[in-house]
Design a protein around this ligand. Structure first.
Ligand code: MF3
Ligand code: CO
Length: 258
């Protein structure tokens, strides 16, 4: 979520390479989502992710990134993002957010999802639905001629119309040979502002949606971001290429395509 200084448009053959990375990450996240059950620890999920990534010939991108010690982020309930895997046991009814990144042939993919462990409470179900739809609406704006602000505006307007809030301290980002490249992609904004998009932009769009207020803080572990009001938070992320034909989701999972 910190933008690197360099950035250039990706050629179609480079986007195709990023799509290969993205497909593997999509399969990894589908596998992890299916692995979530009461009793599993967040560290076990991290080990599953690390093994899957290496078994598919890729490098776990998060491991060692700014000294992050794991290959997956697992954020539960009031945790927003960057939850560090450990001995925490997932329980029925938990809202679990997974965030993962990998590198293949130097090309990054970054994606994440939230899922309820077992049946979702009414609050979790609505939060999941609104956040998933907010991402879909943001992606819809990632087309030539539109601006970065159109993405954030679409996300924010939809989220706030449901009485929820978007996190402002963390934003999406360009992605390519680095995980974080310009431009930043906020989940809020005004239409027609920011960079104008053209074919070759590849963006990680990642709405973080809070049931309560938008304020967040970082725990003493230096990583885990939690809501200040301790209400639940939900998150989805995709790596998206801007092409002449419109947005192409490079990390689309089979269950979403269906
Ligand atoms: N998806 C997150 C992001 O876009 C991943 C960062 S977690 C880290 O910033 F561990 F890699 F730092
Ligand atoms: Co990201």
């Amino acid at each position: 979520m910190r933008a690197e200084p360099t950035f250039r448009l990706k050629r179609p053959e480079e986007i195709e390479k990023m799509h290969t990375s993205g497909r593997i990450l999509a399969a990894c996240l589908s596998h992890l989502a299916e692995s979530i059950r009461p009793g599993i620890t967040t560290l076990e999920l991290d080990r599953e992710a690390d093994t899957f990534i290496r078994d598919h010939g890729c490098i776990p991108g998060f491991l060692g990134y700014y000294d992050y010690p794991n290959s997956l982020c697992v954020s539960v309930n009031e945790e927003v993002v960057h939850g560090m895997p450990g001995s925490r046991v997932i329980e029925e009814g938990d809202l679990v957010s997974l965030d993962c990144g990998l590198i293949l042939d130097g090309w990054w993919a970054d994606s994440g999802l939230s899922v309820s462990c077992g049946p979702a409470s009414e609050e979790s179900r609505r939060l999941l639905e609104v956040t998933r739809e907010a991402l879909r609406r943001g992606i819809e704006q990632a087309r030539p001629g539109n601006h970065i602000g159109d993405i954030g505006h679409a996300v924010q307007a939809f989220v706030e119309s449901h009485g929820y809030s978007v996190v402002r301290n963390y934003v999406g980002h360009g992605i390519g040979r680095n995980m974080h490249e310009p431009p930043q992609v906020p989940n809020y904004g005004r239409p027609g502002t920011g960079n104008q998009l053209k074919p070759g932009y590849v963006l990680a769009i990642e709405p973080m949606v809070n049931a309560g207020g938008s304020e967040v803080r970082v725990l003493d572990d230096g990583w885990t971001v939690v809501t200040c009001d301790r209400r639940r938070s939900c998150y989805f992320e995709h790596t998206v290429a801007v092409t002449p034909e419109g947005p192409v989701v490079l990390t689309l999972r089979d269950e979403e395509a269906a």
